[in-house]
Design a protein around this ligand. Structure first.
Ligand SMILES: Cc1ncc(COP(=O)(O)O)c(C=O)c1O
Length: 396
């Protein structure tokens, strides 16, 4: 048997995808799927039209860091937060995912360490593994709204192999929103230790109280220490378009990102033209997106508030909630719902908490819910969760 790489051996199987395979074996059950961040919100018509109007004679390769028109549109869009931004500071990637992979690869050597605010977006693990780096979780807690760790904690977390810190703002899965003071503390920390911070801002437009502070808004003298990740997926309900952006004023980094891009040739052109149409939408569109998710998250919080025994914080942004349940194991509970729990032919799919933690044993009583469906279905999902908890044999 040919040998597989050590990295391939430790690649984590997505707990979310694993449950999906089981869901597929029950075609007659109506599952309310709050387990993945795939919204049912319609993609904006200009994006669809731009995609449909792509009718070239030849579907050709494009430039490694993206078509000039797409880089320029992305730079013009992000210049709202950093007026000096130009196309040279933007690389178009195959989703925010590839932007993260490129950043990790360009910034880490095998054996290096990436600090991640925990709980965190599971796929950071996979990107770190491919880059040969290890993830070191830095815990944030439900009790204080998943606040940024103190300067002392941030300083103490830095070891000889630490190269960068990654976090999402607004955060998946916690719904936390980090503000100017948080970003300024991170900037001072990054300067103190000469490290990079990756600010994953794919949910930047989805906030409910105060907007997140973008790393792009920080002073120019610290911009070399930051990489911003953005994506068409959530803001434009275009998850399948696979277009994202890596943005940084660190010229040396952008040069290496261009080379990584050259190695995989260019991101797909039709998606980039569709992205341009999205990036040119007016502010009214973004307000509509924000209010759509606010209504959904409000419905989720309201539905959860009616279930006894739950500890569910109100998200301030993104469209997820981490919820603490009175169960023996959230993994067992999630699987039990898919396999056994039915209410009028309906059931519920949730993401078990441990997948969002790097710390062994953490999140065992938590689930993540994604407010990706309309309010009616979210309220029905709340009812299903309540009934499932009543019937679950492993209730604690
Ligand atoms: C925090 C965060 N970052 C990045 C991504 C990747 O998104 P995409 O590759 O679709 O742009 C996601 C997707 O859910 C996410 O939640």
């Amino acid at each position: 048997m040919p040998r597989l790489s050590d990295r391939a051996q430790v690649l984590q199987e997505s707990a979310i995808r694993k449950l999906d395979l089981t869901v597929a074996t029950f075609p007659r059950v109506t599952f309310h799927r709050l387990n993945i961040g795939q919204p049912d919100v319609a993609t904006p018509i200009p994006v669809l039209e731009a995609l449909a109007s792509y009718q070239p004679d030849v579907i050709a390769y494009g430039p490694a860091s993206g078509l000039p028109v797409c880089r320029e549109a992305a730079a013009a869009y992000h210049a709202r937060w950093n007026p000096g931004l130009t196309a040279a500071h933007v690389a178009v990637t195959t989703g925010g995912s590839e932007a993260l992979l490129f950043a990790f690869t360009a910034l880490c050597d095998p054996g290096d360490e990436i600090l991640v605010l925990e709980p965190y977006y599971t796929n950071y693990n996979g990107f770190a593994t491919v880059a040969g780096a290890t993830v070191k979780p830095l815990r944030t807690n439900l009790d204080d709204g998943f606040a940024l760790p103190s300067d002392e904690e941030l300083d103490a977390a830095v070891g000889p192999r630490t190269r960068l810190l990654v976090f999402s703002n607004p955060a998946n899965p916690t719904g936390a929103v980090y503000d100017q003071a948080d970003l300024e503390r991170l900037a001072a920390w990054a300067q103190r230790h000469d490290l990079t911070v990756i600010s994953d801002e794919v949910y930047r437009r989805i906030w409910f109280d105060e907007p997140p502070f973008s790393a792009l808004e920080l002073p120019e003298e610290v911009q070399d220490h930051f990489v911003v990740i953005d994506s068409m997926s959530k803001t434009y309900s275009s998850c399948g378009l696979r277009i994202g952006f890596l943005i940084s004023k660190n010229e040396a980094l952008m040069e290496k990102v261009e080379r990584l891009g050259q190695a995989r040739l260019g991101p797909q052109p039709a998606g980039q033209l569709a992205a341009v149409a999205g990036l040119q939408l007016g502010e009214a569109y973004y307000e509509e997106v924000r209010l759509t998710y606010k209504a959904r998250v409000d419905a989720l919080v309201d539905a959860l508030g009616q279930i006894p025994g739950l500890n569910a914080p109100s998200p301030s942004g993104a469209f997820y909630a981490m919820v603490q349940l009175p169960v023996d194991s959230s993994e067992k509970f999630a699987r039990w719902m898919v396999e056994e729990f039915r209410d009028s032919g309906e059931s519920l799919v949730v993401a078990p908490g441990p997948g969002f933690y790097g710390t062994a044993g953490a999140g065992a009583q938590e689930i993540r819910l994604a407010a990706v469906l309309g309010e009616y279905r979210i309220r029905r999902a709340g009812q299903l969760l309540e009934r499932a908890l009543e019937q679950y044999p492993g209730r604690s």
